[in-house]
Design a protein around this ligand. Sequence first.
Ligand code: ADP
Ligand code: GLC
Length: 476
Amino acid sequence: MKVLSVASEAYPLVKTGGLADVVGALPAALAPHGIATTTLLPGYPAVLTQVAGAAIHRWRDLLGNEARLLKGEIDGHPLIVLDAPALFAREGGLYAGPDGRDWPDNWRRFAALARAAAEIARGGVKGLTCDVLHAHDWQAALAPAYLRYAATPVKSVVTIHNIAFQGRFDAEIFPELGMPASAWGIDGVEYYGGVGFLKAGLAAADAITTVSPTYAREILRPEFGMGLDGLIAARAAQVHGIVNGIDPAIWSPGDDPALAARYTSRTLARRATNKRAVEAAFALTAGDGPIFTVVSRLAWQKGMDVLIACLDALVDMGGRLALLGSGDAELESALHDAAARHPGRIGVRIGYDEGLSHLLQGGADAIVIPSRFEPCGLTQLYGLAYGCVPIVARTGGLADTIVDANVAALGAQVATGFQFDGVTPDALLFALRRAIDVYADPAAWQAIQRRGMKADFSWAASGAAYAALYRGLSEA
Ligand code: ADP
Ligand code: GLC
């Protein structure tokens, strides 16, 4: 069975967040189930410099621009790159320019990606076929909408990695999308008077998935559904929650080149070398007390304002913090202020650094994830694998993947981290306090670490779930 997986990013070629990790891991996760996955990505400069494939198709006019498809590979799996220089050959972010504002032609960039995907799926590109088109997030979500108006048996899946990003644009762009007039309507691409890319995909796809069972339920409610809850509820029979896995080829502490010392659950003491490296990298005073870490986009979603409100108290409780992140300027400056107030106790690195993110998981004692919503979350899974105990808000995939160290769970020896309800400074501080208390008992702490390291968050179960979903669709 052949699947075309369409997305705006995929590790290791181009990544801004967890979407890339998941899209990059899917081909290997699906292969054992007899699924051959081809990934379709935009030809950003970072992708083109790593992919020197032959052109296999050309468009003179793909939504107004010349474009071609290049054949390449991503970690040994087939890759197709949409090379459209007018749309993707620019310096800056994937979605926003150097000034931080969304590229004004984002609708055209990602409509072109979706259009190319649909052309491939309907057999318009020689040598490429697929049974299922799998579109990730709003940037790819128009593909099922295009497919809907093409006579083809190919089935489609849309995965919601984050419903907060919906791809909403003015109604004026509609005529330029090259869709039939009938697509303009409440069942089609129209959304609150404009065009909604994610909405269009959710309306058109044969199946909808999201990245955890709890988030699949949460998005039925207005506070999480962000305007799409009604549509999700109407399509509830087609909605599935499949939790993300992690890629052991990239995230294994026993075999991770980014660590100062490699270790397993049997050699936890070696983590101390990584802890010293974290202290050095973040100018923290050396010591035995716990180091908390954060590796995150700095955004409201991630509850970073609430974390910042807790930092003075965290230091008073004897905690240290090593934070790696980038995002909102206000949060960045508040974090710099906190670091300046607490030299040696709070270290902040603004930026994106894949290697350092691994070292933090391998050297810090606990990772703090106070998200207001979290479709799945990957950093808590990396934390589990690395013995960096997760302290998480009870929402979305965080609720599904961490077992809270309450008295009963500790007694039953099933706890893997700490959860708290409601993203408020009081709730987070209480969880941090509980973690510090358990940390004071090394045997209890190490038991939590070891249990997390043994928990199975590989792709085995989730790969099987996607494979079963695809087969169910194509046999329907
Ligand atoms: P989201 O996709 O919402 O940002 P996830 O937890 O699913 O959240 O995935 C985030 C991914 O991005 C993880 O692989 C994490 O390690 C990585 N990441 C986030 N911020 C940084 C950063 N500043 N430097 C390096 N990696 C980061
Ligand atoms: C999104 C979500 C995150 C999820 C990731 C991969 O970025 O915010 O929770 O883990 O997608 O599915």
